[in-house]
Design a protein around this ligand. Structure first.
Ligand code: SF4
Length: 179
């Protein structure tokens, strides 16, 4: 039996919907489990990232912790794959980019409806927000981009199967069109 590839996944500024789509592989997860071993991932709850063959990144980059995690994934994973619209172009979290960060914070924490003792959180343990939400390729080199919100389980399966068998990645139009 061939050694299994080590795969890590993370969610930066995302909603975990792309991870849910991964779980939608359903019984195909058994096939996958024979070929890959999960390292750090919300699916394993392993916190420390080891040396990996593949890193799957969900979500864009909205704070200092996201930058740190993404750079660690780039350093420890031979191949990085951006999965989903948030990782590819910032997605829904990037809708705040058209406003100043200060205005976003004030709107949420000072002017929101029903707030009691309104104040902008400033605990030092809270990761520092970036002025803008960035797609992951603006921070590190990405080897593959898998579009969709989220990519369907079938699209993920086609992609992963081709990748693991060493074939060139070729997705059909119907698997990546969203018009
Ligand atoms: S691409 Fe869509 S499903 Fe994936 S994290 Fe972003 S909002 Fe969620």
């Amino acid at each position: 039996m061939e050694p299994r590839l080590k795969v890590a996944t993370c969610s930066l500024a995302g909603c975990f919907g792309c991870h849910m789509s991964l779980l939608d592989l359903d019984e195909r997860l058994f096939d996958l489990a024979e070929r890959v071993e999960l390292d750090r991932s919300p699916l394993t709850d392993i916190k420390e990232l080891g040396e990996c063959d593949i890193g799957l990144i969900e979500g864009g980059v909205c704070n200092a912790e996201n930058v740190h995690v993404l750079m660690e994934f780039r350093a420890r994973c031979k191949m990085l794959i951006a999965i989903g619209a948030c990782a590819l172009n910032g997605g829904i979290p990037a809708m705040r980019n058209q406003f100043a960060l200060k205005d976003c914070l004030e709107e949420s924490y000072l002017r929101g409806v029903g707030l009691v003792n309104p104040q902008i959180p400033n605990d030092p343990e809270i990761p520092l927000l970036l002025d803008q939400v960035h797609p992951v390729h603006e921070v590190v080199k990405i080897d593959y981009f898998l579009p969709g919100c989220p990519p369907s389980a079938d699209t993920i399966w086609t992609f992963v199967s081709q990748l693991l068998s060493g074939q060139p990645v070729a997705l059909s139009y119907t698997q990546i069109h969203y018009d």
